[in-house]
Design a protein around this ligand. Structure first.
Ligand code: AMX
Length: 388
């Protein structure tokens, strides 16, 4: 597009709408279409689900899928960067256990940034990505009061295996857990340039604050119930339904709508069909836990809710979104407390947001980087006056 091309005529009606639909910039890592959902560097997400999270990190930073050597090099690079440069367990021990895990995650990222920031955008982003599995595992353990005898971090393992081995839960099918988390990470890494947490991270980085400050801020944005925390609400909603009987589920859905409460896991601002990320997770659930009670509930919801929601013509997309299935799958593999679910979303987004920050700071505008964010606000109800 040429510099003079008109992209949008901004009217009064655009004000105070949260920049909805207002063009702001460009994004090299992903885009979202109403029918195919998110694409990473051009690839529809459903074609990427058999790649490892490490390979998708390579894709987001290099804009190409890795060959086997590049894939091995990426793993070796992450292993080299993995060690957390301070005693995170000691910091976690000082935090209130009732604090939300997203707040713990944000504190952890900020703290690591205080211990060590190189000032090089890509170095810092890659260092943080490499440390996330251990941060996640330690957060879980300390918050659950399991802060003794923590296994050493075996950096030769994959990112997901490092998390699972730090967590070290008894009576868990580790292979299943790793499969669910790896799929989860790949599906959630990036979602265009304008979602709130990504936008927030890039806005903070535009002040040349550190990657750690920018991503801690992005995690705070993600923690809100209208953004990342929807996945926590979704499983809480499924647990509340408590039955997979279609008649009961339909009664429940209608009751929630009558009370003006949202049907979690359905609807989307951009998509106009079922989110492929939901489709992928349903297929995974059919394979690994078709008889799980929560999975049976979401299977029924997937049949019932779109039909009921479609009765309201105001609802642009009555179909399942990404959040419908992830909670049931995480619950099935032993991660039963939904208050942690947004931290998995955060873990995934550290990779996408990290890649987007690196693009904005080091590539855009011929390497000069996007300038300090400064959208325009008009004064409202502020007539000029003077102190008497
Ligand atoms: N349940 C009940 N009402 C819904 C609904 C749902 N699942 N989806 C849409 N609606 C309502 C909206 O609240 C809105 O009502 P209003 O006019 O009274 O404000 C109306 O239908 C039109 O909404 P829309 O244009 O179709 O969608 P939107 O862009 O305003 O909202 C979303 C999108 C996701 C917030 C909405 O579909 C919703 O609240 N879904 C349930 C919560 C959920 O699953 N959130 C996770 C979304 C995925 C994600 O981003 N993580």
């Amino acid at each position: 597009m040429g510099d003079e091309e008109v992209l949008l005529e901004v009217t009064n009606g655009h004000l105070n709408t949260g920049l909805r639909g207002v063009p702001v910039g460009t994004c090299r890592t992903s885009f979202v279409t109403p029918t195919e959902g998110v694409h990473y560097c051009g690839y529809p997400i459903k074609e990427l689900t058999n790649f490892s999270p490490e390979d998708i990190v390579y894709l987001l930073f290099n804009k190409e899928l890795p060959n086997s050597q590049q894939s091995a090099d990426m793993r070796a690079d992450l292993a080299k960067r993995a060690q957390i440069p301070g005693d995170l367990v000691a910091v976690f021990r000082t935090l209130p256990k009732y604090g939300h895990p997203m707040d713990w995650l944000s504190v952890a990222i900020h703290t690591i940034g205080m211990w060590e920031t190189t000032g090089d955008w890509k170095e810092d982003a890659m260092n943080l990505i490499a440390r996330m599995p251990r941060i996640m595992g330690l957060m879980y353990r300390v918050r659950e009061g399991r802060d003794e005898d923590i296994p050493a971090d075996d950096t030769s393992l994959s990112m997901v295996q490092r998390f699972a081995s730090t967590l070290d839960l008894d009576e868990i099918d580790n292979d299943k857990m790793e499969r669910v988390i790896a799929t989860y990470l790949v599906l959630h890494m990036d979602h265009g340039g304008g979602n709130l947490s990504t936008f927030t991270g890039k806005a903070i980085a535009s002040s040349k604050a550190t990657v750690y400050s920018a991503i801690a801020g992005a995690m705070n944005a993600l923690s809100g119930p209208l953004h990342g925390r929807a996945n926590q609400s979704c499983l809480e909603f499924v647990l509340k339904i408590g039955t997979s009987d279609p008649v009961e589920v339909e009664r429940f859905v209608r009751g929630e709508l009558a009370e003006k409460r949202p049907i979690f896991g359905f609807g989307h601002a951009v998509l106009r069909s079922e989110d492929p990320r939901a489709t992928v997770q349903f297929a995974l659930g059919e394979e690994i836990c078709p008889d799980d009670e929560n999975f049976k509930i979401i299977r029924t919801l997937r049949e019932v809710a779109p039909r009921v929601l479609a009765e309201n013509p105001k609802i642009s997309n009555p179909n399942a979104n990404v959040d419908i299935a992830s909670g049931a799958l995480l619950h099935h593999v032993g991660l039963e407390d939904p208050t942690y679910y947004t931290t998995f979303f955060g873990w995934a987004r550290v990779m996408g947001i990290g890649a987007q920050i690196v693009d904005e700071r080091t590539i855009f505008r011929n390497g000069k980087g996007t300038p300090l964010y400064r959208p325009k606000y008009y004064a409202e109800q502020q007539t000029l006056r003077h102190v008497e």
